[in-house]
Design a protein. Structure first.
Length: 390
C-alpha cells in the first residue's frame, strides 16, 4: 500500500499537464489588506502567460472580489447606509469589487496581448446537468479561442457562501471547475507554502507534508487551525477541494503564490508545496463513475462498423456520422449505451445532445450540426473523455 503522506521532497512528481486550473486566494491577492496587491497579481499573471506560451491551457479561479469591494466602498458617499455583517453588505462588496478585480486582470494580461473572459459561477451551475454542460461548453469555447477564463463564485447571488464571518469559498469551486473542464492539474496558491503536520504559526516544529495520497484522520487533524479574517481561509476547505480533485483523478498542489515561477515550476514537475496525488488517473476515475451508473442508462444509440472499430480500437469520440439508430428518450448529460448494429454492447457514455437532436443528426457530418439544430454543443455526441468501455 502506498504511503498516506510523505515529508520527503521528491516522493512524487507531476507529469506535464495540458490544461490546469489555478486558484488564487484572497490573502495572496490582497496581502492581507482591504485592497488588491497589484504587484503580486502582476507577477502571477506573467507566470500564467509564460505557462500558456509553453502550450498549457490555463483557467483561473480568483478570490479577492469582496476585498476589492471594501476598497471601493470606502470611497463611496453612501457607505454608512449599509449595516456591516449582513448578507446584503457582503453581496454589495462583491458587486462593487468584481468589476475592479476584472479590470486589473484585463489590464495586466493586455500587456501580453492575452484576452481574458469573466465567468461568475454558483455551485448549482455545476450540480445541475444542463447548466453544467452549458458552463463546460462556454469554457471550452473560450479556451479554443485563446482566452483566459477568470472564474469566481457568484457571491452576489450565492447567499449560502456569504453567511457568517467568512466569505467566498473558491477552493471547492476550483476543484469542481477542474473536474468540469477535464483539467489535469489543480493548483491552489495562497500565502501558505503547503500543508504542515501542525499549524506552523503556532508550532515551530511543524513539518511540511510533501505528498498526500489519502486524506486520513491524521491529515484532517493537521489541517485544523484558526481561520483568517479575509478569505474562507484555513486548510479545511482546501482538504475538501483535495477530496473532490482526487476523486476525479486530478492531482492538486497547495503552494505559496509568493514563490518565484511557482506555477511553471509545478507544471515542470518540481516538488513544491503539498501534492495531493490521486490513486487513479483522470480517465480511470471518469470511466469508473460512468460504469457505476450504466445500469440506470437512459437510452442507447447503435453505430455502424466503422464507428464501432474507431471506438473500440482507436479511442475515438462518437461522432453523429457513425450513428445509425437512436433509442430514447434521454437528455444532455445522461448516460447512454452504445451498441453495434447486432445489439452487442460497445460501452457507455455521457451524451452531449438529447435524443431528439441525435435522431436529427444521426449519419450527418459534424460540420452541419449548427445548421441542422440551430445550436451547437460540440462535434461529438459522446466525447472520448466521457466514454467508458467494458
Amino acid at each position: 500500500m502506498a504511503s498516506q503522506e510523505s515529508r520527503k521532497p521528491g516522493a512524487a512528481r507531476i507529469k506535464r499537464p495540458r490544461r490546469i486550473v489555478v486558484k488564487l486566494g484572497t490573502n495572496l491577492l490582497t496581502g492581507g489588506k482591504d485592497s488588491l496587491d497589484l504587484n503580486v497579481i502582476g507577477k502571477i499573471c506573467k507566470q500564467i502567460v509564460a505557462v500558456r506560451e509553453s502550450g498549457i491551457e490555463v483557467l483561473v479561479v480568483s478570490s479577492g472580489a469582496v476585498a476589492a469591494g471594501r476598497d471601493s466602498l470606502s470611497r463611496t458617499p453612501g457607505k454608512n447606509k449599509l449595516q456591516q455583517g449582513t448578507v446584503a453588505y457582503r453581496q454589495t462588496l462583491a458587486a462593487l469589487g468584481q468589476p475592479r478585480l476584472m479590470v486589473v486582470f484585463e489590464q495586466i494580461f493586455a500587456e501580453s496581448n492575452v484576452q481574458v473572459a469573466q465567468a461568475l459561477i454558483s455551485r448549482g451551475d455545476l450540480q445541475r446537468r444542463r447548466r453544467y454542460l452549458n458552463v463546460r461548453n462556454t469554457l471550452e469555447a473560450l479556451l479554443s479561442i485563446g482566452a483566459v477564463p477568470i472564474l469566481n463564485e457568484n457571491d452576489v447571488v450565492a447567499v449560502e457562501e456569504l453567511v457568517g464571518d467568512v466569505y467566498g469559498d473558491n477552493d471547492r469551486l476550483s476543484a469542481m471547475v477542474a473536474n468540469t473542464v477535464d483539467a489535469e492539474l489543480l493548483i491552489l496558491l495562497g500565502d501558505m507554502v503547503g500543508l504542515h503536520t501542525a499549524d506552523p504559526h503556532l508550532n515551530p516544529d511543524a513539518e511540511l507534508i510533501s505528498v498526500v495520497s489519502e486524506i486520513t484522520d491524521r491529515i484532517e487533524e493537521a489541517a485544523r487551525g484558526p481561520h483568517d479574517n479575509r478569505g474562507r481561509g484555513g486548510m479545511t476547505s482546501k482538504l475538501d477541494a483535495a477530496r473532490l480533485a482526487m476523486d476525479s483523478g486530478i492531482p492538486m498542489v497547495i503552494a505559496s503564490g509568493h514563490q518565484d515561477d511557482v506555477i511553471g515550476s509545478i507544471c515542470r514537475g518540481e516538488v513544491i508545496g503539498t501534492l495531493f496525488q490521486p490513486s487513479e488517473s483522470r480517465r480511470e476515475s471518469r470511466k469508473r463513475w460512468i460504469l457505476s451508473g450504466r445500469s440506470e442508462h437512459r437510452g442507447s444509440v447503435s453505430v455502424d462498423a466503422g464507428a464501432a472499430n474507431a471506438l473500440k480500437n482507436r479511442g475515438n469520440s462518437l461522432l453523429p456520422i457513425g450513428i445509425v439508430s437512436v433509442a430514447g428518450p434521454f437528455e444532455r448529460g445522461d448516460i447512454i449505451e452504445i451498441t453495434e448494429i447486432d445489439g452487442a454492447t460497445i460501452g457507455w457514455g455521457l451524451s452531449s445532445y438529447p435524443s431528439g437532436d441525435v435522431e436529427l443528426i444521426k449519419g450527418k457530418n459534424s460540420k452541419s450540426l449548427p445548421e441542422l439544430l440551430g445550436h451547437y454543443y460540440g462535434a461529438e455526441v459522446i466525447h472520448r473523455n466521457n466514454l467508458a468501455l467494458p
